[in-house]
Design a protein around this ligand. Structure first.
Ligand code: ADP
Ligand code: ZN
Length: 529
């Protein structure tokens, strides 16, 4: 007889070919599959589109008993199960969307040993009856999909996932495989400890998605910028556009439709049927553009999404990477495009300040935004920064905006001093708070109504910054924020000094700033004409 490992490998490969119709495993799939078939626990960190599902589906088919898959994606369970059944896999699911009879039927199939895979919503495991049901059947493995949802301080925590920490004690002999596409070191560590995976083998795939071109642009007129991108680079392509609020989803979708783009809205405020309908049109029809809040996309498997655009700053680098990862699963060139402005940061700070949770939680959320901002304002390769965030080292990629059009850097020390000393003067007016717009207007010497109202045209800094445009001052403001030389405070986005500001004001610290490539061209055009 063949050695057990060989026999298992052969079985796994034959299932891959016979059931799923693929020729070969990808990346570390085979290693994971063999490890789990052998009864080992695993933690799999793989980027979106990397092929996580097969890592538990094949072991579930090879091992005796039912593979129990815990997934938060209730809305997709029906589709997932239908797709598996179409391949001849005996799959079923249990979640709150089902009626009593339907549930009883699935339970009976499970108990009779007639299911290869059983998908469960995490809250089901909090129900005593479900636990008793599982105890009465034969389980081949537990797969914990979207495992980052167990990380309490992560960007997508779901309280129901905490119940999963009891699986090990309850079923010590059943292998557990946890999978996620988001994995900073902190999240990785928290998943490991909460799920008791210290002894599990950790499979960490490269997070690089080389076919995705990352681009981040200053926000000017976001809808117009988006339309330009779609018309010039992605006519007729399928894509996803993320907006922060439901209102801006609706407005953006309507705007695109008005301009001849096949766009659909998706957010939690829409009727369930409309949402399901829009989702299925996006999946089945060619060239649809889905305009959505981040409620959309987890678990969506559409290989030919050619672009993912963000019209607002994502809340974290982890979220951004997961969302952009939905582009180009087929390996073909795709675009990840983000437009952001200072107002985004102000808005996020406001949301954090008014969010639930304690001080530590808010600090954490603030740090997420800071990391996102630093990515936006970097003069380095975007991919180097992104991968570094996930603890992976790499060299300049040649396929991101900073590699393709390296930003000039310029000595922004004097500009920074002007900006900061305007803040110093405004801070003397204790009752009144001002943001970046007022500062730019003062520096540029604009007599706006608000400048006149507060006598700001009488300040000594009035007009001392006329050498820079409004867009350039906005860029200065964003970069000072990214460098920690100013901070945003309160409801109106007041800019205030930080501990480090004094060094710049005192001339002890030079400030290097990036010049956005568009600005370079505009400046050259100005000086040439
Ligand atoms: P993830 O869950 O990691 O985002 P999926 O499991 O949904 O990724 O797989 C992404 C896509 O790649 C799916 O369309 C899947 O069918 C395909 N795929 C996965 N593994 C293979 C393979 N070994 N060969 C060919 N295609 C694969
Ligand atoms: Zn690059």
């Amino acid at each position: 007889a063949a050695a057990p490992a060989e026999a298992e490998g052969a079985t796994a490969l034959s299932v891959l070919r016979r059931v799923f119709g693929y020729d070969a495993f990808r990346g570390s799939q085979q290693e994971v599959v063999e490890h789990v078939i052998g009864g080992g626990d695993a933690l799999v960190l793989m980027p979106t589109g990397g092929g996580k599902s097969l890592c538990y589906q094949i072991p579930a088919l090879v091992r005796p008993g039912t593979g129990v898959v815990v997934s938060p994606l209730i809305a997709l369970m029906q589709d997932q199960v239908d797709a598996l059944r179409a391949l001849g896999v005996r799959a079923g699911f249990l979640n709150s969307s089902q009626g009593y009879d339907e549930r009883r039927l699935v339970e009976a199939e499970f108990l009779a040993g007639e299911l290869d895979l059983l998908y469960l919503a995490p809250e089901r495991l909090r129900v005593e009856a479900t636990v008793r049901l599982l105890e009465r059947g034969a389980i081949s493995l537990f797969a914990i999909d979207e495992a980052h949802c167990v990380a309490q301080w992560g960007h997508d925590f779901r309280p129901d996932y905490l119940a999963l920490s009891e699986l090990r004690a309850h079923w010590p002999d059943v292998p557990r495989i946890a999978l996620t596409a988001t994995a900073t070191e902190a999240t990785h560590a928290e998943i490991t400890s909460r799920l008791g995976l210290e002894d599990a083998r950790h499979f960490v795939a490269s997070f690089d998605r080389p076919n995705i071109q990352y681009r981040i642009a200053p926000k000017d007129e976001p809808k117009k910028q988006l339309l330009h991108l779609l018309r010039t680079e992605h006519p007729g392509d399928a894509g996803i556009v993320y907006c922060l609020s439901r209102a801006s989803v609706d407005k953006t979708a309507a705007y695109l439709v008005e301009h001849g783009i096949d766009a659909l809205p998706y957010h939690a405020g829409l009727d369930g049927r409309v949402r399901a309908e829009n989702q299925s049109r996006f999946l089945r029809e060619d060239g649809m553009v889905m305009v959505a809040t981040i409620a959309f996309g987890m678990g969506i498997d559409k290989p030919d999404v050619r672009f993912v655009a963000h019209l607002d700053l994502p809340k974290s680098v982890e979220g951004y990477y997961q969302e952009t990862g939905r582009a180009g699963r087929d390996g073909l060139p795709s675009t990840a495009w983000l437009a952001y402005g200072l107002q985004d940061v102000v808005q996020q700070r406001k949301m954090i300040d008014t969010s639930e949770g304690d001080q530590a939680h808010r600090r954490r959320l603030g740090a997420y935004v800071d990391a996102m901002l630093a990515l936006c304002e970097t003069v380095e390769c975007r991919r180097v920064r992104l991968l570094d965030y996930f603890g992976q080292k790499s060299g300049p990629c040649g396929n991101c905006d900073t590699c393709l059009t390296p930003p000039d850097s310029w000595d922004g020390t004097v500009a920074a001093q002007k900006f900061l000393s305007t803040i110093v003067r405004l801070q003397r007016e204790r009752r009144q708070k001002f943001g970046a717009t007022q500062i730019a207007d003062i520096l540029m010497g604009r007599k706006t109504a608000k400048v006149i109202q507060f006598d700001h045209d009488g300040l000594s800094v009035f007009g001392v910054g006329a050498d820079l445009s409004e867009a350039e001052w906005r860029s200065v403001a964003r970069q000072l924020l990214a460098q920690g030389l100013v901070a945003v405070e309160g409801e109106y986005g007041t800019l205030v000094l930080t501990e480090d500001s004094a060094e710049v004001l005192g001339g002890r610290r030079p400030v290097a700033l990036r010049r956005d490539p568009e600005k370079v061209r505009a400046a050259k055009a100005r000086s040439g004409g």
